[in-house]
Design a protein around this ligand. Structure first.
Ligand SMILES: [Zn+2]
Ligand SMILES: [Zn+2]
Length: 256
């Protein structure tokens, strides 16, 4: 399984893109910095998009990719939970700002949306996908994705602490987890539903205690303006845990 980080940040600029992961060129998780990262040729290979939650930095490119697929005369499969579907159909895909690709073209709409249930494994393009609720400010699921040849990663999406219930259900070789800001913002970011390096450390310690191992760890969703400070604190966490932690960046390739 080849995972490419298309976007690894929570704010966009020339050099940073919103969160989006590409798996084996066909599957996408979260659609922040999706279309601006891929050529039209690469976009046409996409088969399915999984969305963790409704926040704009994770769904922004849904209408944009849909317009491109509409112009190819193709359909794109999108999977998420009922709350995400509800938010998209009342805001981003309601036909007010852009065509409603859930209904157009009539009879064969561009977006085929499948509502998935937390804890129910879904088979998507040969991958086994397990959505697991995490603790964010709106309903959010992380995804454990198992490739046809048995490689496994878990991506948390945005989350605050207390993931033990989540760890009990996953056994990834690779964990892609969010850290949004340095420790001095802990109270604020926890309230907003995010992690800081010290909170990451607690979650990784709880993972190790429950599972008896730590997977490869990659951190995403960093605030670019606070990135250097956050990175230094993450390096200290890795040293404390005696386990490497990588900080994700746009274009990073992860192979399992
Ligand atoms: Zn969010
Ligand atoms: Zn976010």
């Amino acid at each position: 399984m080849n995972i490419q980080l298309l976007g690894a940040h929570n704010c966009e600029s020339q050099n940073t893109k919103l969160t989006s992961l590409l798996i084996d060129d066909i599957l996408v998780v979260d659609a922040g910095g999706l279309t601006s990262s891929l050529s039209f040729q690469a976009q046409q290979k996409l088969r399915a998009i999984l969305l963790t939650h409704q926040h704009y930095d994770h769904v922004r490119d849904v209408p944009v990719i849909a317009m491109n697929f509409f112009l190819y005369g193709a359909t794109i499969n999108i999977y998420s939970t009922q709350p995400v579907y509800n938010a998209l159909t009342t805001h981003l895909l309601d036909g007010k700002l852009y065509p409603n690709f859930l209904e157009q073209p009539q009879g064969n709409p561009t977006i085929k949306f499948t509502i998935i249930e937390p804890y129910q494994i879904e088979q998507i393009e040969g991958y086994s996908v397990l959505p697991i609720p995490v603790n964010h400010s709106v309903p959010t699921v992380g995804y454990q994705v198992t490739s046809p040849d048995g490689k496994v990663f878990f991506y948390t999406g945005d989350t605050r602490p207390d993931l033990a219930g989540c760890w009990e259900r996953v056994s990834p070789q690779l964990l892609i987890i969010e850290v949004s800001a340095p420790d001095r913002f802990e109270e604020l970011y926890k309230r907003r539903g995010h992690l800081t390096p010290t909170l990451l450390k607690q979650e990784l310690a709880s993972f190790r205690e429950l599972k008896g191992y730590l997977p490869q760890v990659v951190v995403v969703h960093l605030n670019p303006g606070l990135e250097e400070e956050t990175k230094a604190e993450i390096a200290a966490v890795a040293e404390d845990l005696n386990h490497p932690i990588s900080v994700g960046y746009e274009g990073m390739q992860l192979r399992l």
